[in-house]
Design a protein around this ligand. Structure first.
Ligand code: SF4
Length: 369
């Protein structure tokens, strides 16, 4: 995936960073440019569809001046969403892959992808938090505004993070990806407090909506490699997308998972249905046209100011997929991502804290981010 990048801009302040060194080893000279300022920084308005496309192919290696570590956005909507104590560590922004529903289309306004080169500063920020809270089971993910692993062969940040988390066995590091880029850290296993997680979808949806991502086969193959090397894995069937043959296609997806993995080998499975901010509709139509299952979808205003399917369709899809797993084995651990208490009740007839296998994940913890 890194070879799809057209240009690597290196901030003058980052020329001596490890990532800049690796970029010089990996890419030909004509792809690299050292700059004093962020490329296209004169753009001070919302990006056009073309500018957004361009931002995926151009990357800026630069230090980050803000706070790396923060709570998952779901935690700010605790009154309306059940939240699973997730914290995020942002080590860059934008993604080289191109899913039609991607929320970055309404969230990012930077005309270039970024990798933050001051990882050591991020780790010292994390250390301060971890040293005072090492007894609490915090989960930290790196895949909020960038895919955790797609650019990892360039940064190798996975290696630094996995090594760091071995000092804090109660904390969990979670990578989230739609790539199959895992070979660069497998030798660091076993590491049970590193969870490598994949967003999975039906083959049909991947081909239609998740452009430039690894195939379902390759994602599942990478997950098997991680298990063999001693890492935990998790799957996010998210977003479940309604389409004519959704029941058949999601049955096939669940069957691929349940025939290749045992419930004990998969830390947790989360389910989510399609959701996005109303303001990204225009960008999605421009970039993916009206043939997309996402731009065609009938969506309704809902919790967190997002558009979602209506509650009865969401319930039907959740129940259908949940039952596919539970009919295979009661031992699959399943939860709903960023969903309302009402949807939990109608799908599971219980709130997360009433489900023994999910209690630890949803027990409220003090805010540290
Ligand atoms: S892989 Fe994730 S971050 Fe990348 S385009 Fe798809 S949804 Fe967005």
């Amino acid at each position: 995936m890194i070879h799809n990048l057209e240009k690597i801009f290196i901030d003058k302040r980052s020329v001596n960073s490890e990532v800049a060194d690796r970029a010089r080893q990996i890419f030909p000279k004509n792809k690299i440019e050292i700059v004093e300022n962020e490329p296209w920084s004169e753009i001070k308005r919302n990006l056009t569809a073309e500018e957004f496309d361009r931002s995926k192919k151009n990357i800026f290696l630069t230090p980050f001046d803000g706070q790396f570590f923060k709570r998952c956005p779901g935690s700010t909507q605790k009154k309306v969403l059940n939240c699973c104590n997730y914290h995020v560590l942002n080590l860059g922004s934008q993604c080289p892959m191109n899913c039609s529903y991607c929320y970055l289309q309404s969230y990012l306004n930077s005309p270039v992808s970024k990798i933050f080169t001051n990882i050591d500063q991020a780790l010292s920020e994390l250390k301060m938090m971890a040293d005072t809270n090492s007894h609490l089971p915090f989960r930290v993910g790196t895949g909020e505004i960038i895919d955790s692993l797609a650019l990892d062969p360039l940064t190798l940040y996975s290696r630094k993070l996995i090594s760091f988390f071995t000092q804090y066995p109660k904390w969990t590091l979670e990578f989230k990806t739609k790539s199959d880029q895992v070979d660069q850290f497998l030798d660091l296993g076993p590491s049970q407090n590193t969870v490598v997680s994949w967003s999975l979808n039906a083959d049909y949806v991947i081909q239609k909506e998740e452009h430039g991502t690894a195939s379902l086969n390759d994602r599942l193959g990478a997950a098997l490699k991680c298990i063999q090397a001693g890492f935990s894995v998790a799957f996010h069937l998210d977003p479940l997308i309604y389409h004519t043959n959704w029941q058949e296609n999601y049955t096939e997806l669940v069957s691929r998972i349940t025939t290749q993995f045992l419930p004990e080998q998969v830390n947790v499975i989360s389910l989510g249905t399609l959701r996005f901010q109303p303001e990204q509709r225009h960008m999605m139509k421009k970039r993916f046209g009206l043939n997309s299952l996402v731009t065609q979808a009938e969506m309704f205003p809902s919790e967190g100011a997002k558009l979602r399917y209506d509650a009865s369709l969401r319930n039907e899809m959740f129940k259908f997929v949940y039952n596919l797993f539970k009919n295979n084995s009661d031992r699959w651990k399943i939860f709903l991502c960023m969903e309302t208490p009402e949807t939990w009740i109608s799908t599971f007839e219980a709130q997360p804290l009433q489900k023994p296998e999910l209690k630890d994940m949803f027990r409220p913890l003090p805010s540290i981010g």
